[in-house]
Write a new protein. Structure first.
Length: 663
């Protein structure tokens, strides 16, 4: 809901039972933590920019008032540039929220307040949420919410969302705003240079439509050259050409671009507000601050990275792949559940063909559930737990800064760390997140590298379990993946047209992860896995049953056995490759079975692990590649991965034989 001449009177009766509240703000300010505290619903609580790609919705209640709460992607300004900002602004324009809660980092108000001023200028009913107040005080910054509220003529509330502090006051402020008891009609939040002000006055008179923003805000965006606003004006306004003329006239009189003049005015007003409402105090240097400095210096950051990687291996590869999987897959399923199911279905169903659908070697229950719940679920649960700890600690942005120079060598910036690290969880999800990269060239390179050289969490965990008995084998596998990643990335940087990426990113404080957030996030991802992935495993078992019944499965595995023999691998690897195409983790689980059965070992096991990791992306990722990059690029990526998987596998086999290396 907006204030000012563009809207009618507020109808209180319709708001007493339900209302829509939108949370907006920059990345890393805790919007999702505020969302979770308001609604009790999980929404990717993360310190890493860009992880909330979609709009999350939840419900909250204040007395008898029910709130629909929307958590939006990060945005820096109403002038949308990235995909995330476009989604956030579209939500503000199309969802017509009754209240907008601007969540800001309390210790960085000079950076945050320009957008607050834009939202006020746009006419939204606004509540300003000063989040992370504890960190602001620790850093020597003490904002005065009451003083800032008086300056802005809008409610201001201090919170520590991860601890639930200030959330009740925030709910009260939202309710009072909806009832019209907060935020009286206010003066203009910012004044621009005189030539721009005169142009805005004329524009406000010329505009004839409702654009879901105040006419002044539409005028500011139009004069800055916002392409979407100009497109809307060109379709709806007879005075569109006059807008273009005014922009040129204002810039001639100012001697600078309108967007620069607007930014200067907003920053100056924000600086003035900060001087009035901030009380400086002595900054307390924390142990985490010193550790934070060490993580971004190459001399100390790289050893810390190696320690983190080793810790991940110990937790995922040893605890997950050995201790937990040995119990769930080896004892529970192999020794208890599967024999019971085999016996039960053999008694209940007299037809062997129908029995095979549910039990025996490829049954939906004995194979699909054993792989998904007994083998993969423990591994992804452990990985999701580790990943959540890294997210909540604030380490991932530091990793991006540390690796920016290395990523430049493969045509990417440090910002690409997010899809690469997310790819270690799910390559399909990570491919969607490549939308956050700035250029088409970066998005293509990132998609190629995700499809080729980044194993998903389940595949990674299983292969660690397969190779855990030999540190040499694990090192060879990892070294080959890194070499392929760097070589293909460097070649793509040269061959794919486009400029080099530019990197900038805010670095949030290093924090002790919140146990509640880590557990909620882990459980939410595990829930997603059970809902989304287990049915796919069951469907894959069904396809295998149909394939066995019709002979198609044997024909395909037989065809894939030829390149397997060329690589010195057993014919059974043809079936594993086919599994891997259905789902990467399905293929890895098949390799695990061959290893446990003694069919494959030593050098062949390393070669098979490399080929399977580099093999065609799974069906789900192929579909996302097609959707995100188009048919030509998706086909080129698929052919590239197929070529490199077998070529690199053969090269590794030959190199190990020539060097006389055995594992």
């Amino acid at each position: 809901m907006r204030r000012g001449a563009d809207q009618g009177p507020k109808v209180l009766e319709s708001l007493r039972r339900s209302a829509k509240v939108a949370l907006v703000g920059r990345p890393n300010v805790g919007k999702s933590a505020v969302f979770g505290a308001l609604t009790g619903t999980y929404a990717n609580v993360s310190n890493y920019p860009g992880t909330t790609v979609e709009v999350f919705r939840g419900r909250s209640r204040v007395g008898e008032l029910e709130l629909e709460v929307l958590d939006t992607p990060g945005m820096y300004s109403l002038m949308s540039i990235t995909e995330e900002e476009k989604v956030a602004r579209d939500m503000l324009l199309l969802e017509s929220p009754d209240v907008v809660v601007h969540v800001v980092d309390a210790k960085n108000l000079e950076l945050e307040l320009p957008m607050t001023l834009q939202l006020l200028e746009a006419g939204f009913d606004l509540v300003l949420c000063l989040n992370m107040m504890d960190e602001a005080i620790s850093s020597g910054v003490q904002p005065d919410p009451e003083a800032l509220s008086r300056e802005l003529s809008a409610p201001v509330v201090g919170t520590v969302a991860v601890k639930g502090e200030g959330i009740d006051r925030l709910k009260e402020a939202i309710a009072r705003t909806l009832e019209g008891k907060e935020g009286p009609d206010r003066a203009l939040p910012v004044r621009y240079p005189e030539p721009l002000e005169r142009a805005l006055e004329e524009l406000e008179r010329l505009l004839s439509r409702d654009y879901h923003l105040s006419r002044r805000a539409v005028g500011v965006l139009a004069l800055q050259g916002d392409p979407e606003v100009l497109k809307a004006l060109s379709l709806a306004e007879e005075s569109y050409q006059r807008v273009i003329q005014m922009k040129a006239e204002v810039e001639r009189r100012l001697g600078k671009e309108v967007s620069y003049a607007v930014a200067e005015a907003l920053r100056a007003r924000a600086r003035e507000l900060v001087e009035r409402v901030i009380r400086a105090s002595e900054r307390r240097k924390r142990v985490l601050d010193r550790l934070s400095d060490l993580t971004i210096r190459p001399l100390t950051g790289l050893p810390i990275l190696l320690l983190v990687v080793y810790a991940i291996y110990e937790v995922v590869g040893v605890l997950g792949a050995q201790v937990i999987v040995d119990f769930t897959e080896g004892y529970l399923f192999e020794e208890r559940i599967n024999p019971f199911l085999d016996s039960l279905f053999e008694r209940l169903i007299p037809y062997p063909v129908i029995q095979d659908l549910f039990v025996h070697e490829h049954g939906m229950l004995t194979l699909g559930l054993r792989y998904s719940l007994g083998l993969i679920l423990p591994l992804v649960t452990v990985f999701f737990l580790v990943f959540a700890l890294l997210e909540d600690s604030g380490y991932l942005p530091r990793l991006a800064l540390l690796l920016d120079r290395a990523f430049k060598a493969v045509g990417l910036s440090g910002r690409a760390v997010i899809p690469m690290v997310l790819g270690l969880g799910c390559d399909t999800m990570a491919t969607i997140v490549t939308r956050t990269l700035e250029t088409r060239k970066e998005r293509i390179i990132a998609t190629l590298l995700l499809s080729l050289a980044i194993p998903c969490s389940a595949q990674l965990g299983v292969i660690m379990g397969v190779l855990h008995s030999s540190a040499k084998a694990l090192l060879i596998w990892l070294s080959v993946l890194v070499a392929v990643f760097l070589a293909v990335g460097a070649a793509s940087k040269r061959l794919i047209p486009g400029g080099n990426p530019v990197f900038f990113m805010e670095i949030p404080p290093l924090r002790v992860p919140s146990p509640r957030n880590v557990l909620v996030k882990t459980m939410a991802r595990v829930e997603w896995y059970v809902k989304e992935v287990v049915p796919i495993f069951l469907a894959a078992s069904l396809l295998i049953w149909i394939g066995n019944l019709t002979g198609l499965f044997q024909a395909l595995t037989g065809a894939l056995a030829y390149p397997a023999r060329w690589l010195g691998l057993p014919d059974e690897m043809g079936r594993v490759f086919l599994y891997g195409f259905l789902r990467r983790d399905y293929g890895a689980a098949g390799l695990y079975d061959l290893k446990e059965a003694g069919v494959i070992s030593g050098n062949s096991l390393v070669v098979a692990s490399v080929v399977l990791t580099l093999f065609l992306p799974c069906v789900a990722q192929l579909m996302v590649n097609y959707k995100e990059r188009g048919p030509r690029v998706a086909a080129a990526i698929a052919l590239t991965t197929l070529f490199f998987s077998f070529s690199v596998g053969w090269t590794l086999k030959s190199a190990l034989e020539w060097l006389g290396v055995s594992v």
